[in-house]
Design a protein around this ligand. Structure first.
Ligand SMILES: *Cc1c(COP(=O)(O)O)cnc(C)c1O
Length: 372
């Protein structure tokens, strides 16, 4: 048996006819930029996320940059975030002109350790940018409290967490001032290319975001702000609207897969060899990734490779140690929890179309690794 890390062809087989019809409709209309499809997807994503406004944009990375631009964050400002994430999170902060300030993660959740944030707030801090990593919400309540005390904005990087809920049932993206989503093909709601969305509760910010994504213009050829081309395509919006109808089904399947991994690993006593991800009771963890931890990570990775079992390592180098952020002056040992996770975390296949025999095959292989 071969188990891929992700199988987008299996997903496409289910939605193919509806997607081909949606694409045909756009082709027949020949309206490709900021038309009815983008408007409809914005309404549907806003409703899905429980936020009144949504602005379609060109990628998750651009969603983050645009959110920072909308707040006028730039040179001289600091934004607090996590080093254990995809480069786009801190990359966008740096591209805005602001300085990323890293705070280490909570070892159980992989998300920013809210207890360590207060010490890093200075008079230059403008925002806190937590990441809902692997599909689980960061601890938002203490972050919101701190932000309110210090008059900081909270921007959620929800790229991996569409449909996730915190312990109060609030949807990812709607808990802070703005939430940023990605429709990169490997995300839980993936397009046929790049795309993203910013959601917000604030109508004034929504207007700014709408203007900024289209060259800072609300009236044609009048530019009140300096924006750019951050637009979402009609074609992407049309097919994403089709896939959105399946998202809850797919998410339930991801959660069921996580529960099945958990039950099988425990049945074999492997929870003593591996640290299994928490399956929170009160929150909705949408499992964009199922990430186990083990000191034998690299050997396990080679073993899985030899058995043709797809897996991946998120993230092998935390952002404070990346060459592009050398100028920030961090060194090894500054973020010990993130550095440890970079050495021992390994993601197993969790995609909705993964079958039970495939999942059992993965568990068998992990057991075989520890038995030899
Ligand atoms: C994917 C991702 C992004 C960037 O999204 P793109 O659409 O690829 O630009 C940002 N942050 C996190 C945490 C991501 O996983």
């Amino acid at each position: 048996m071969r188990v891929p890390f992700l199988d987008l062809k299996a997903q496409y087989a289910v939605v193919k006819d509806a997607i081909r019809r949606a694409i045909d409709e756009v082709c027949d209309n020949q309206q490709f930029i900021l038309g009815p499809q983008v408007r409809r997807l914005e309404h549907e994503i806003a409703r899905y996320c429980g936020a009144p406004h949504a602005v379609g944009v060109s990628s998750g990375t651009d969603a983050l940059l645009l959110a920072l631009m909308a707040l006028g964050i730039g040179a001289g400002d600091e934004v607090i975030t996590t080093p254990y994430t995809f480069i786009a999170t801190a990359g966008s902060i740096a591209r805005s002109g602001a300085r990323p300030v890293f705070v280490d993660i909570d070892p159980a959740r992989f998300t920013i350790d809210s207890g360590l944030i207060a010490d890093r707030i200075t008079e230059r801090t403008r925002a806190i940018l937590p990441v809902h990593l692997f599909g689980r919400c960061a601890e938002m309540e203490p972050i919101r409290t701190l932000a309110a005390q210090h008059q900081l904005a909270v921007i959620e990087d929800a790229a991996q967490a569409i449909g996730a809920e915190d312990e109060y049932g609030r949807r990812a993206g709607s808990i802070g001032l703005m939430g940023c989503f990605s429709f990169y093909p490997t995300k839980n709601l993936g397009g046929f290319g790049d795309g993203g969305m910013v959601v917000t509760n604030d109508p004034a910010l929504a207007s700014t975001l709408f203007a900024l994504r289209n060259h800072g213009s609300s009236t044609k050829y009048l530019h009140t702000l300096l924006g750019g081309n951050f637009r979402l395509d009609e074609l992407q919006a049309a097919l994403l609207a089709v896939k959105l109808q399946y998202l809850d089904r797919w998410t339930e399947q991801r959660i069921a897969n996580a529960e099945q991994y958990d039950a099988l690993f425990r049945k074999r006593g492997l929870e003593h060899r591996l640290q299994l991800p928490e399956i929170p009771k009160k929150e909705r963890h949408v499992f964009n990734q199922y990430v186990i931890r083990t000191p034998e990570r690299d050997a396990l990775s080679h073993f899985l490779e030899s058995r043709e079992i797809g897996h991946d390592i998120y993230y092998p180098v935390p952002l404070h140690l990346q060459a592009c952020f050398e100028y920030l002056g961090y060194k090894k040992g500054d973020m010990p929890i993130s550095e440890q996770a970079a050495k021992d975390a390994l993601a197993l296949p969790i995609y909705p179309e993964l079958t039970s025999p495939m999942l059992e095959y993965v568990v068998d292989a992990v057991q075989a690794f520890y038995d030899t």
